[in-house]
Structures are given as structure tokens and as C-alpha cells.
Design a protein around this ligand. Structure first.
Ligand code: PEP
Ligand code: MN
Length: 373
């Protein structure tokens, strides 16, 4: 299904600025009034944040762990908002959360990864928010399912909420990896391709799971031209009640941002544009050569197919396939080309060839049947 009907209003129209990257920061969880006031003061003084975040209802994997401070934290956020002039956003996971948050003056919410997976919950939240012109940030679902993520945008857009932003927080993996959640950058990039007007911020904290990987992921997010970062910041991360390993210290926040390089998303000067044009025309020429060669290969594959049909020989020849793949991989290695890419490409090409030859053999057989009859 297409995505043209999903209407999105850009952040520049509802945040007071169009400066990029968008920076959202704050603790994983609101823990006390003094913690919230301290963070709000530090972050607003840094002059670098567009919005602040804090979880007050925490979706925890196991019960009997810290499940958030709940509604009692809402007045802390409201007070900090009034005092320091930066808006707080909170995670909402059901209708009750939405009502409580709206009643206490929260003006922006986000949908967590454990909620986006469940269309019933997403619909419940969308219905509860209907009629309130409030921005909704939607984290990707835990599992790498782009349709499910798009479905969530669709549900909010359908009830008239159009101030929508994506949050890429990585995807669950069963086994432990370097990252807590696998980034699978191709998925949010595909989302951008399908919904070009959508802004997506990256949540390096939940992708990394560890402080020391935050810089690498944040830089990658900026290099890939994502629209911003959502970073967990805590006055004393090691003592945090949730996600202690991945939060950065409030005191380190400004230097963390300063160490990131903001690359331009486009070439601006004439010389660079000229060079880019030339290189792109070379790429175009190479692509046409590849396609011409592919066409020549297909013609020969057809000729062999006919030959196999006439000689009554099987289409698939295991030794030949083994020889092709070994030979191409060896050549790729010598040329320094990624072996996985070559393997994927030749598997696709070989499968397509087998399919064509099978069609040729079947056609030949049915023609022979007609002739024999
Ligand atoms: C969070 O932002 O603290 C959180 C629970 O994130 P996620 O939904 O991405 O796991
Ligand atoms: Mn967290």
C-alpha cells in the first residue's frame, strides 16, 4: 500500500526553530523533582536542546523492577517546563497515560518501541489523542518490521494528528551483540524513501546500550543525514534507576555534542558540484555497461537453455554452480570487493538464469508434446 495519504507537518512549523540537528535530551526516567529540575537547568543552559525527554511509565522487561514514578512526576515536568522554557516529552502507552499527561500540561508525547509493535495500543493512543493538536514521536517497533512502523504513522495521520516524527532506536536481537539494539540503518532509510517529508531522529542511547558507543552511533546518524538525536542524559548515570550503562552525565553533555561533526547534506560550491556531476556521469556509464553485459549474459543463458532442452539435460548443474561461485568469490577477493555482496549478486543472477532455462525447457517439452500428439 502507498503512503501518499500520510500527511506530515515538518517540525520547523511547530518548533520555534528550523535549526538542525534536532536535539532531544533528558534522563531515561524521571526519578525525583530535584533530578528533573537539575537536568532541566543544565540542559537549557547548554542552549543546545530543542526538547527534553523523561519516561514516567517505564515498560520493563521483568516486573518488580523500577516501573517509573507515574503521575506524581508530571507536576515536576510542568514546573521545570515553566521555569526553564523547554518542553518535556513523555512516553505514553495507553489511554490512561494520554489523559494524565494532557491534564498535566504535557504538550508532546512519544510512542515506545514496545507499543509500536501492537496496533491495538497504537490505535488506542491515537483515539485518545484525537482532537488535540499535539506532536507525536513514534519509535520503531522492536522487531525490524517497516510496515508496522508505517502503520503507526498512518493511524495517527488518520485521526488528524500530523505533527509526526520518527525515532530510530534500533531493533531487538536475540543474542547479545556489540549494540544493545541492532541499528539496521537500511530500515529507517527506506522509511525516509517512502515518506520523504518525515523527519527521523536517531536514539543512539538505546541502540548502543553503552556510553562508549554513543559517539560512533551519533556521528553515523549525522553522516547519514538523519534529522536529529535523542540522547539519555542523567546527573549521575551510574546511580540511575533505569538504563544506567547508556546514559551520559549531564556534565559531559555539551562536550559530547561538540565532538560531533555536523556534515553538510549537500554540496554547495560550484567546483564540488561540478566534480560530483562528473563522477555521477561515470557511475551512469558504468551502470549501463553492467546492464548491457547482463543482457548479453541472459541471451547466452537462453541459448544454453535451449541446448539443454534439446539434449534432455537437467537445468541445474551443481558442479557448475559451485565452480561459478568459487571462481567469482576468488576474483572478488583479489579485487578487494566485498565477498557477501558478490555472493548475493551471483545467487540472484544464477537463480534468475535457472528460472529462465526452466521456462525454456518446459516450453520445449510442451511444444514436443503437441508435435507428438
Ligand atoms: C526509553 O526511551 O527510555 C525507552 C523505553 O525506549 P524504547 O521504547 O526505545 O525501548
Ligand atoms: Mn531508557
Amino acid at each position: 500500500m502507498g503512503t501518499e495519504h500520510i500527511h506530515i507537518i515538518p517540525t520547523a512549523e511547530w518548533l520555534n526553530t528550523d535549526s538542525k540537528p534536532l536535539i532531544i535530551a533528558g534522563p531515561c526516567s524521571a526519578e525525583s523533582e530535584s533530578q528533573i529540575m537539575h537536568v532541566a537547568e543544565g540542559l537549557s543552559k547548554s542552549g543546545r536542546v530543542h526538547l527534553m525527554r523523561a519516561g514516567i511509565w517505564k515498560p520493563r522487561t521483568r516486573p518488580n523492577t523500577f516501573e517509573g514514578m507515574g503521575v506524581q512526576a508530571l507536576p515536576w515536568l510542568r514546573k521545570a517546563q515553566e521555569q526553564f522554557g523547554v518542553k518535556w516529552m513523555v512516553e505514553v502507552a495507553n489511554e490512561e497515560h494520554v489523559k494524565a499527561a494532557l491534564d498535566e500540561g504535557i504538550e508532546i508525547v512519544w510512542i515506545g518501541a514496545r507499543t509500536t509493535v501492537n496496533p491495538f495500543s497504537v490505535q488506542e493512543i491515537a483515539n485518545a489523542l484525537e482532537g488535540n493538536d499535539i506532536p507525536v514521536f513514534i519509535k520503531n517497533p522492536l522487531n525490524p518490521d517497516l510496515e508496522l512502523w508505517i502503520g503507526a504513522f498512518e493511524r495517527f495521520s488518520k485521526v488528524g494528528l500530523h505533527k509526526l516524527v520518527g525515532v530510530h532506536r534500533g531493533f531487538n536481537t536475540y543474542q547479545d551483540h556489540v549494540f544493545r539494539n541492532s541499528p539496521n540503518w537500511e530500515i529507517p532509510i527506506e522509511l525516509k524513501t517512502k515518506l520523504p517529508q518525515l523527519e527521523i531522529v536517531v536514539d543512539p542511547s538505546h541502540i548502543a546500550g553503552k556510553r562508549n558507543l554513543l559517539h560512533e552511533i551519533s556521528q553515523k546518524a549525522l553522516d547519514l543525514a538523519f534529522d536529529g538525536l535523542m540522547i539519555e542524559v542523567h546527573p549521575n548515570p551510574d546511580a540511575a534507576l533505569s538504563d544506567p550503562k547508556q546514559q551520559i552525565a549531564l556534565d559531559d553533555f555539551t562536550s559530547f555534542l561538540n565532538e560531533l561533526e555536523n556534515r553538510k547534506t549537500h554540496f554547495v560550491d560550484a567546483v564540488s558540484i561540478d566534480k560530483l556531476q562528473r563522477l555521477r556521469s561515470l557511475i551512469d556509464e558504468i551502470d549501463y555497461n553492467l546492464l548491457e553485459n547482463l543482457k548479453r549474459r541472459i541471451d547466452i543463458v537462453d541459448e544454453i537453455g535451449l541446448y539443454k532442452a534439446e539434449s534432455g539435460v537437467t537445468v541445474f548443474q551443481l558442479e557448475r554452480w559451485i565452480q561459478i561461485i568459487e571462481d567469482r568469490l576468488q576474483y572478488a577477493k583479489e579485487q578487494g570487493i566485498d565477498a557477501a555482496l558478490v555472493k548475493d549478486m551471483w545467487t540472484l543472477i544464477h537463480n534468475a538464469s535457472i528460472k529462465r532455462q526452466t521456462e525454456i525447457v518446459n516450453k520445449n517439452l510442451s511444444e514436443r508434446d503437441t508435435f507428438d500428439a
